[in-house]
Design a protein around this ligand. Structure first.
Ligand code: FO1
Length: 319
């Protein structure tokens, strides 16, 4: 069985762990958001790819959900001592090795997909890790400049980390998306998968960014397998990842129903065949098979059960 999961960072990585537990014999492909990628201190950083790779490779810091376990911050402190901005980004010493290897390979002309495969050789995540695109696509956030009051775009990571998404955003801009193409293997994986699952990642800046790469949305709509989404909103609030700060910016109601309708039914031009919402949440999404199941990934068992529910909804769930 071949399962394809569209994923962002922390939530997507944890969900993928559940998929591997629920379907240990399946071939799993993760199509990962690269819109959060950023170049800082001369290093190319791919937060969502690294979060998935570290999480599935058992190198993640569980409490933070990102970066390495047993991390130290010596280089970060030394950079701050020089006043080398940005000082707000958490650059861990162990993590820097990943960015150095990636930056060197990119500078040598290797595409991001080759770089990702090379890094995954060490971590053995157990899934095929595919960047959504080999071309650079960066999410920038349009905010009112606190100093001038005029709108300007800042990188998503600055909005997210430095400002904790507290700056009112009037829009998201995917810089470079018009020239981007699906990464190698992405369309083929989606087209031939037994199940395509949207992880409970941020529907705007994670799943939305993946779907915004020209060609990926069409591939999902044409998929031979069923397409199942998992609501990132439980009881009207985002579990993590501040989806509740992003959805209003694009005019989507902060509810399981709102996000489900935003993705839409495949039978009427949208993307979903099925939509999982949290037990107790109501959601009517015309043309979509809505199922209420526990969505909280509060333990490995709960996460496995959620993944199993997604596979069942795709008709690919095997006992
Ligand atoms: N998130 C934070 O809230 N603070 C950080 O300092 C931070 C640093 C960081 C470094 C590497 C990396 O791979 C991820 C990092 N993240 C940090 C998480 C990251 O900003 C988000 O996980 C994604 O961009 C959104 O999914």
């Amino acid at each position: 069985m071949h399962i394809v999961v569209l994923a962002g960072g922390v939530g997507g990585a944890r969900f993928l762990r559940g998929v591997l537990a629920a379907a240990p014999d399946a071939e799993v492909t993760a199509v990962v958001n690269t819109g959060d990628d950023v170049t800082l201190h001369g290093l190319r950083i791919c937060p969502d790819l690294d979060t998935v790779m570290y999480t599935l490779g058992d190198g993640i810091d569980e409490d933070r959900g990102w970066g390495r376990r047993d991390e130290s911050w010596t280089v970060k402190d030394e950079l701050a001592a020089y006043g080398a901005e940005p000082t707000w980004f958490g650059l861990g010493d162990r993590d820097i090795a990943t960015h150095l290897v990636r930056t060197r390979m990119l500078d040598a002309g290797y595409p991001l997909s080759d770089v990702t495969a090379a890094l995954a050789q060490r971590w053995q995540p157990g899934v095929r890790l595919l960047p959504m695109s080999d071309q650079r696509v960066e999410t920038h956030v349009v905010v009112d400049d606190p100093d001038t009051g005029r709108p300007r775009a800042i990188h998503f990571q600055e909005w997210w980390i430095r400002h904790r998404a507290a700056l009112a955003a009037s829009g998201f801009v995917q810089v470079g998306v018009d020239d981007a193409r699906p990464g190698p293997g992405v369309v083929e994986a989606i087209s031939t998968a037994d199940a395509v699952v949207f992880a409970p990642s941020n529907p705007v800046v994670s799943i939305g960014t993946v779907l915004g790469v020209p060609g990926i949305r069409d591939a999902v709509r044409a998929a031979t397998g069923r397409v199942v989404g998992i609501s990132p909103i439980v009881d009207g609030a985002a579990l993590r990842g501040m989806a509740d700060r992003c959805l209003p910016v694009v005019g989507v109601e902060v509810s399981a129903e709102g996000v489900g309708r935003h993705y839409g039914a495949r039978s009427t031009g949208g993307l979903l065949d099925a939509w999982l919402v949290h037990t107790g949440d109501q959601a009517t999404v015309p043309g979509v098979d809505v199922r209420a199941v526990p969505l909280l990934m509060s333990s490995p068992e709960a996460t496995r059960a959620l993944a199993q529910a997604a596979l069942d909804a795709a008709g690919a769930g095997h006992r």
